[in-house]
Design a protein around this ligand. Structure first.
Ligand SMILES: [Zn+2]
Length: 337
C-alpha cells in the first residue's frame, strides 16, 4: 500500500489518475504456471511507493531507475497539474489515508472500462496473445508443423503476419471466429486500431519467393505494441515512420527465415522500444524441424547497456508506466510452456 503525504496529495481528477499510478508493479507469472513465490520489494526511499510482489535481483536492477524516478518525479509532475499520459482515474486517496486501488471509472462518461495492465502471453515461435481492457488479440497462431503444442486460444482479434502455416493457423483462435486482420493498412476491430505495414520476408533476392509479411502496431491500455512477423531485412525509414512509437516490440531473432541476431539489434535500435520480446528462434520444440538459431545467439549480441532477463514463465504483465522512457531498454525472454 502506498501513502501520499498531504503535501503532495493532488487536487483533482486528472491528477488523481497519475497519483493513483504511483505504486508500480511489474509482475511475472502465468495463470498456467504460477511460478516462483514472489519476494518483497524494498520500500521506496520516499515512502511513496510501498512494498510489492516481485522477486530476484534482476528485477531490483530493472526497476531501480524507474522506481526512483517514480518516487521523486511523479509527485512533482502531479503537483504541476500535468495530466497522466494515459489518464484514467483508477483510485483516489482516502482522507488522511492511503491511495487505495478503486474500481475503474468509466472513460469520458461512457460505460467502457479500461484496464491499466497489459498481459502478454507467449506460446512459442511467433505466437502471442495480448490482453487488456477485456479484449484479447492473438498473433500468428501456428500449426502442428512447427513442433510446439498448438494452443487453443480465445481472442477477439486474430492477426496473421503472413500466410505460412507457422503463422496463420487461424482455426486455433476462437475456432476461427475471431476477427481476422492480415493486410497492410489501418484497420479497426474490437475497439482497437491496428496499423499493418508491409515488409519483405526475405533478405537475399533469391528468397523473394517468400513474399512479404505484415508488421502490426496497435495500442492497448496505453501501451504501444508491435509484432514484426517474419521480417527479413532491416527497416526502411518509411517503415519506421509508419510503425511510429513502439513501447513493446516482438521481434524475430532466429535468422534463416527472418532477420538474425545482429539485424534484430539494428531493428530494435531503429524502433527504440522500451521492452523487447524475442521470438522465432530455436527451442527444444523446434530443434529437429527449423534451421534457426537459439535465443542465446541473440542474447550474445545484445548491447551491454540493455537489461536481459530469461523468465521462467510464459507471461509478462506491463502497464503504461512500466514502459515509461526512463531507464534502460529491457530484453525479456519468455517461456513457451
Ligand atoms: Zn515463420
Amino acid at each position: 500500500m502506498a501513502y501520499l503525504p498531504d503535501a503532495v496529495r493532488p487536487p483533482d481528477g486528472p491528477v488523481l489518475a497519475l497519483a493513483a499510478r504511483l505504486p508500480l508493479v511489474l509482475r511475472w507469472g502465468s495463470p498456467r504456471h504460477p511460478g516462483r513465490v514472489p519476494g518483497r520489494r524494498p520500500a521506496c526511499p520516499t515512502g511513496l511507493v510501498g512494498a510489492g510482489a516481485y522477486d530476484a535481483d534482476f528485477r531490483r536492477r530493472l526497476l531501480a531507475v524507474p522506481r526512483a524516478l517514480t518516487c521523486c518525479l511523479l509527485p512533482a509532475v502531479a503537483l504541476a497539474g500535468c495530466t497522466a499520459r494515459h489518464g484514467q482515474a483508477v483510485g483516489s486517496p482516502a482522507p488522511n489515508g492511503p491511495v487505495a486501488a478503486a474500481p475503474q471509472q468509466p472513460s469520458d462518461g461512457g460505460s467502457q472500462e479500461v484496464s491499466k495492465a497489459v498481459l502478454i502471453t507467449y506460446y512459442g515461435h511467433a505466437c502471442f496473445t495480448v490482453a487488456a481492457g477485456g479484449k484479447t488479440v492473438a498473433i500468428d497462431p501456428f500449426d502442428a508443423s512447427v513442433g510446439y503444442q498448438v494452443p487453443d486460444l480465445e481472442a477477439d482479434v486474430c492477426l496473421t503476419t503472413h500466410g505460412h502455416g507457422d503463422h496463420s493457423n487461424t482455426k486455433a483462435v476462437s475456432g476461427g471466429q475471431a476477427t481476422l486482420i492480415a493486410q497492410p493498412g489501418v484497420q479497426q476491430a474490437a475497439g482497437l486500431t491496428f496499423t499493418g505495414v508491409a515488409a519483405p520476408h526475405w533478405s537475399a533476392p533469391a528468397d523473394k519467393r517468400r513474399g512479404d509479411v505484415v508488421m502490426f502496431r496497435w495500442e492497448m491500455a496505453g501501451v504501444a505494441l508491435a509484432h514484426l512477423g517474419d521480417l527479413g531485412r532491416q527497416l526502411t525509414d518509411e517503415q519506421v515512420e509508419q510503425l511510429g512509437h513502439v513501447d513493446v516490440l516482438m521481434v524475430p531473432v532466429g535468422g534463416y527465415f527472418t532477420i538474425g541476431p545482429e539485424d534484430a539489434v539494428a531493428v530494435i535500435r531503429q524502433l527504440q522500444p522500451r521492452v523487447v520480446i524475442p521470438m522465432h528462434y530455436q527451442t527444444a520444440a523446434t530443434s529437429d524441424r527449423l534451421p534457426i538459431a537459439p535465443v542465446s545467439e541473440f542474447l550474445k549480441v545484445v548491447p551491454p547497456d540493455w537489461l536481459k532477463a530469461e523468465q521462467q514463465t510464459t507471461t509478462l504483465e506491463l502497464t503504461a508506466e512500466n514502459v515509461a522512457p526512463e531507464g534502460p531498454l529491457r530484453v525479456i525472454v519468455l517461456q513457451y510452456e
